[in-house]
Ligand binder design. Structure first.
Ligand code: ADP
Ligand code: MG
Length: 546
């Protein structure tokens, strides 16, 4: 009778449950798991910091629709990866973290890297468990993976002690689990479908807000049909961008502030009224705004603003229900209304405010001028990764998405340092698509060492660094007569040379007239490239906000 090691059982169980990618860092005691994963046909990407690896795993989960894995060593490895669990939970993205652990037989003795890992992870997870015997691995992997992506997605953790990883068991002593089917897609109550449409018909100033829950549920075809048929104005959340193309005529992204403030009925689709949406409260929203809320999570309904109509269910399934119900109504929001004209006027006024900055060719350049060239250069099917303060906020308005699940940013948790892990995930999952990471210099710095990972794996990630030399702004030179101000980084730092150090292409751009050709050279290069764009250290956002 053949015997099998715990490491092999976990690798094969993960593969069976749809895990195709594993991001991690090996060391004691997880080397055998990574090796077994490769043998089982899982793509293993070795990274440089567990934080970035755990960010990569969750982005891969969001992009593929099933949880993907992060593998880390005991103690500090698990603790570093907690950032990723927290970020995944906050974004409602699936991932499975597998932490090596010191041997069970040494528990409590002060073992090498001994830590209360399950307790530490549990606070940032939907599910956290230790595996106490190799024969139970298929059971725990099934339970963890299923919990991660059924219902509202989130992070899960499995603790793998060294002696369980090395445990040899008879093949006849354990049973494979069943393979988890795709997540169920519950529908909303039919009476609520009708109530939602009736509420929308009664609106003077309706607004649909499309969030990343719709991107996650692959609802793009249904949402596009719904918007087309109802002709309702819509606003995408940051990562809801692309579910319906940003350049769609019904998008009111360019009049965001006005749309939120004046809408009388908001249809919240797979988005939360959290800080990103100003809590749905006055003065950023109308005091008596009526809310129709579609969410997979019943617990979310009514957060901050009571929902007049609740559509609890899966985004794709529920919008399909709405589309069917529209067959009996023949209703659409009229073409000529004061609301449409007001939104169009605001959008135009906002464009007029930023136009002079877009056209400003002085060096060092401002954000809007940089984005002018980036926008024209961006391939339509690019996956856009973005983080930073102004870089991300301005970039969100200046870089359109026409495809769903094609923007990865600091997200619900507002995490800086996610960009490199996200870009690595995107390059791994979508080797056929261009991956463009537009990064602030501070945001990039958190995980800048991952350029070595990109170079080693020849990932064609194109990093555009908008380098203002600081957190929110920099200085022309470091002061010599007083302490360095807290938000200041090295002026004109040569991040492009970091990329060169590992065999990628680095390009420094100081004048806007050189930007476009630098971007083209980066795109043409067969491998990772970093365009280091020196900005005016005092560049900022447009002054008025409407
Ligand atoms: P955004 O940042 O785009 O507003 P959030 O992450 O705040 O998005 O909200 C996404 C919402 O989508 C969460 O409340 C989550 O429960 C919900 N959600 C998750 N899965 C689904 C699904 N399959 N269908 C609909 N909504 C979903
Ligand atoms: Mg900066």
């Amino acid at each position: 009778m053949a015997t099998v090691r715990g490491a092999t059982i976990i690798a094969e169980s993960l593969k069976q449950q749809g895990v195709e990618y594993m991001f991690g860092i090996v060391g004691f005691p997880v080397v055998p798991i990574a090796a077994a994963a490769q043998k089982a046909g899982i793509t293993y990407i070795g990274m440089r910091n567990e934080q970035a690896a755990s960010y990569a795993a969750q982005a891969a989960g969001y992009l593929t629709g099933r949880p993907q894995a992060c593998l880390v060593v005991s103690g500090p490895g698990v603790i570093h990866a907690l950032s990723g669990l927290a970020n995944a939970q906050s974004n409602c993205w699936p991932m499975i973290l597998i932490g090596g652990a010191s041997p069970v037989v040494q528990n409590g003795r002060g073992a090498f890297q001994e830590e209360k890992q399950v307790a530490a992870a549990a606070g940032f997870c939907k599910y956290a468990h230790a595996v106490e015997d190799a024969r139970r691995i298929p059971f725990y992997v099934e339970q963890a993976v299923r919990t991660s992506f059924y219902g509202r997605p989130g992070a899960v953790y499995l603790d793998m002690p060294d002696d369980v990883i090395l445990q040899q068991v008879e093949e006849s002593d354990y049973r494979k689990a069943t393979t988890i089917p795709d997540a169920p897609r519950p529908q909303a109550m039919e009476e609520n479908i009708e109530a939602a449409l009736t509420a929308l018909e009664s609106a003077q100033r309706p607004l649909v807000i499309v969030g990343k829950g719709m991107a996650w549920s692959n609802a793009e075809n249904e949402v596009r049909e719904f918007i087309e048929r109802t002709q309702l104005p819509f606003l995408a959340s940051p990562m809801g961008k692309g579910v319906v193309p940003d350049e769609h005529a019904l998008s009111v992204g360019a009049a965001r502030t006005h749309a939120l403030k004046e809408a009388d009925v908001v249809f919240l689709m797979g988005a939360r009224l959290n800080w990103i949406m100003h809590f749905g409260l006055a003065p950023r929203f109308s005091r008596d705004v009526r809310v129709i809320q579609l969410d997979m999570s019943a617990e979310e309904i009514g957060t901050n603003v009571p929902a007049e109509v609740a559509l609890v269910g899966d985004g794709k399934a529920v919008v399909a229900q709405l589309n069917r119900a529209l067959d009996n109504r023949q209703w659409f929001y009229p073409a000529e209304t004061d609301w449409r004209s007001a939104l169009a006027a605001k959008a135009e006024a906002n464009q007029t405010t930023v136009q002079p900055m877009i056209e400003d060719d002085s060096a060092p350049m401002n954000y809007y001028r940089a984005f002018k060239d980036i926008r024209e250069w961006l391939p339509e099917n690019a996956v856009i990764v973005s983080e930073g303060a102004n870089t991300m906020d301005i970039g969100r308005t200046q870089m359109p998405n026409s495809l769903p699940r094609s923007r990865l940013d600091a997200g619900s948790y507002g995490t800086m340092g996610v960009g490199m892990g996200f870009a690595i995930a995107a390059a791994t999952v979508h080797p056929d698509r261009p991956i463009v990471a537009v990064e602030g210099d501070s945001g990039f710095g958190f995980s800048g060492m991952e350029v070595e990972t990109m170079c080693r794996h020849k990932m064609p990630v194109k990093i555009v660094l908008l380098n203002n030399g600081g957190i929110g702004g920099g200085m022309d030179e470091l002061p010599t007569d007083k302490p360095i101000p807290v938000s200041i980084l090295t002026p004109r730092a040569r991040y492009d040379l970091m990329m060169e150090a590992f065999g990628g292409k680095g390009i420094l751009v100081e004048d806007p007239k050189d930007l476009r050709s630098a971007l083209d050279d980066a795109m043409a290069f067969d491998g990772p490239a970093l365009v280091n764009v020196l900005l005016d250290p005092r560049a900022g956002r447009r002054k008025t906000n409407s």
